[in-house]
Design a protein around this ligand. Structure first.
Ligand code: DX5
Ligand code: ZN
Length: 232
């Protein structure tokens, strides 16, 4: 049985009440907190930096104290210095776009050296080739199902085919290495398409507007889990 994880993106949360929003969405069943960092350079939008990550870190835990991973998605260029700042700020996972760094292997290594799990993010038009020689340093693959930069966009169906391609690669890799790499999909995910994304092979689902755009976070997360329970 696959363990599915739902990762609400706080991009669509109420930024004036971020701590409460993080707490509410964790109470509602979030598995990860997805933290979108945009720099108005790699993407045409500007969001939050390490200070805000540090401020919400104490909220990233369940009522019983169990930690909830702070899943930082860097849409910034260059990557290395900011990745290290986010590691210090308390990130558990740091993902970056390979186009945004000069030396992908080095960036993966420095994220891991800083004690975090490292992720590679693939835009809708990006090929997966960069994975070939760095798999041993990758803990998570993130497939973008929208072009990065904004919440609330529509899911690009081609992402399903690409997710299935990554699933094959990760299964083959696990067969000889014994190592599990997470497969996360980000953009336009809602209760009515999450099952298709899972069927394509994803195990971790980012959802921003679908969750924070609704009054009852638990109702949305429960609906998503209900859909996931029906995936073979
Ligand atoms: C897009 C971000 C996503 C986005 C998801 O650049 O990486 O995480 O916030 O939001 P929705 O679920 O609204 O597409
Ligand atoms: Zn994201």
């Amino acid at each position: 049985m696959t363990t599915y994880r739902i990762a609400p993106s706080i991009l669509s949360a109420d930024f004036a009440r971020l701590g409460d929003e993080v707490r509410s969405v964790i109470d509602a069943g979030a598995d990860f907190i997805h933290f979108d960092v945009m720099d108005n350079h790699y993407v045409p939008n500007l969001t939050v930096g390490p200070l805000v990550a540090q401020a919400i870190k104490p909220y990233c835990k369940r009522a019983d104290g169990t930690p909830v991973a702070l899943d930082v998605h860097l849409m910034v260029e260059p990557v290395d210095a900011l990745a290290q700042m986010f590691a210090k700020a308390g990130a558990d996972i740091i993902s970056f776009h390979p186009e945004a760094t000069r030396h992908v292997d080095r960036t993966l290594q420095l994220i891991r050296d800083a004690g975090c799990r490292a992720g590679l993010v693939f835009n809708p038009a990006s090929s997966l080739d960069v994975l070939d020689h760095v798999m041993d340093k990758v803990d998570l693959v993130l497939i973008m199902s929208v072009n990065p930069g904004f919440g609330g966009q529509s899911f690009i169906p081609e992402a399903l085919r690409k997710t299935a391609m990554v699933r094959q690669r990760l299964d083959a890799y696990r067969a000889h290495s014994g190592r599990e790499v997470l497969l996360e999909v980000d953009g336009g995910i809602k209760a009515d398409n999450i099952a298709a994304v899972a069927a394509a092979g994803a195990d971790t689902f980012v959802a921003g507007s679908a969750i924070f755009g609704h009054k009852d976070y638990r109702a949305v997360i429960d609906a998503m889990r209900g859909e996931l329970a029906r995936v073979a």
